[in-house]
Design a protein around this ligand. Sequence first.
Ligand SMILES: Cc1cc2nc3c(=O)[nH]c(=O)nc-3n(C[C@H](O)[C@H](O)[C@H](O)COP(=O)(O)OP(=O)(O)OC[C@H]3O[C@@H](n4cnc5c(N)ncnc54)[C@H](O)[C@@H]3O)c2cc1C
Length: 510
Amino acid sequence: MNRSASLDRLSDASEEWDVIVVGGGATGLGIAVDSANRGYRTVLLEQADFSESTSSKSTKLIHGGVRYLRSGEVGLVRESLRERGRLLRNARGIVEPLSFVVPAYRFYEPFFYGMGMTLYDLLAGDLGIQSTGHLSHRETVKAVPNLKETGLYGGTLYWDGQFDDSRLAIAMARTAHLEGAVVVNRVKVHSLIKESGKTRGVVAVDEQSGEEIRLKARVVVNATGVFTDSVRKMDDPQVRDMIAPSQGIHLVLDQKFLGGESAIMIPNTDDGRVLFAIPWKNKMLLGTTDTGGVPVELSPKPFEEEVDYLIEHAGRYLTEKPCHHDIRSTFAGLRPLVLPDESAGKATSKLSRSHSLTVSDSGLITMAGGKWTTYRQMAEDTVDCFAEVGGLATKPCSTHDLTLLGNEEGESGGEQIHPSLPYTWHDIERAVKSEMATTLDDILSRRTRSLLLDVEAAREVAPKVARRVCDLLGEDDHWIDRQLNAFLKNSESYSAPTSQSASEAESEGS
Ligand SMILES: Cc1cc2nc3c(=O)[nH]c(=O)nc-3n(C[C@H](O)[C@H](O)[C@H](O)COP(=O)(O)OP(=O)(O)OC[C@H]3O[C@@H](n4cnc5c(N)ncnc54)[C@H](O)[C@@H]3O)c2cc1C
């Protein structure tokens, strides 16, 4: 993938494409892969970097969603489990199986969770990973050595999938490109082109050169996550909002706070949410929260109360309890939850995670909601729909078995960029040469996950990486200054907010 080559392919304003996909997160990239694979002439435009919004800030699970069983959304769980099975097969090396322990602190919990997880296994059918099992007290502690032992009866062990969200996004962008789509980042759609009341294209701006790009197509797909309503309003300024953003944050801590290879899943916290503590790239990922009523923005910031909530709740289940100063990084993302018409006043944690596909009077197609896990099904539904709306020849979907381009991260060996970061200089070079990375933040946040793993290490290595990238891109020293300033400013929101709970501050002081 090469950005200027992609932009060149968009230079003829009179050319008519089959489809323009607006948005390069999980949803838009999935649609571009499916569309190009079916042979439709496809363009994807992303205003920032691929997956820069919600799709790089997930819990990094490809899962059925155990908690949706509790809310009776069996159909959603079954669909997610089916997609989980396909992704484990089609994106090997990026999506991997992971074992989870549900600790039991009440005598009936092993039975209760065992039943629930067995139903989960049954819903997965042939695409299951490994069977759920019961763990004794000793086996539970062996799987998660830092788990609080007082009052522990045992545990339930089940399996789900884990992935690197931004790496999967890049694998999808590369696959779409290989299948013939033009995918390009840092091109923002500002308005829609209408002909006789029908949406027939977009007016966009290359955010790097400032140049305007006009493109025509049979159909336009809005796959912009929490920005969905802004694109719908380009079509019809009077349209009612359909998205309720909900913020979720994660903390990244040292792996010793888990101590083993298995994750912990706490099915029911104070506010009825699920809490995950997951091993990820030799660190522990702790999440998440569900904070409604937040503004739509590309880079949301964790709130102090969210950090306090996670630290406090993790402490209830761990022997060595983490404190605020143990946090290596923290990041926030916004769920694009779809409001049913009658939902006014519903808490965001109660809104469904299933997706919604709508077609406006002008033919603008909007795909919103859903989960990373279900992106392929969302794409299949969208492409079936736009082929009909755009009067395109019907072609069957075959992404069920389509292997996504692999993940070669770290494979090549070579010198590490920093002792605390699992990346080599080869990873940096590849990101610039073939993964359309054009900023320091692209490289340190998404092509590598340095900023999410360890803010301090990412800041330390930033000047060296900036110098290398500058040379690769043929830029000058001003570029380095601008990139470093922007990156250091952005990195501030990955440091945990400074408040500490009174009791923690007290115990640290004593
Ligand atoms: C905290 C949290 C944890 C989660 N954990 C999981 C999980 O473990 N597993 C799971 O399956 N799902 C998870 N999800 C859900 C999943 O991350 C989202 O459903 C998914 O990433 C949404 O993808 P999207 O492409 O719809 O939106 P986005 O990722 O937001 O992509 C939309 C893109 O559109 C672009 N855009 C907007 N306007 C324009 C414009 N005018 N022109 C061009 N581009 C534009 C944006 O820049 C953005 O990149 C989680 C979500 C959150 C918030």
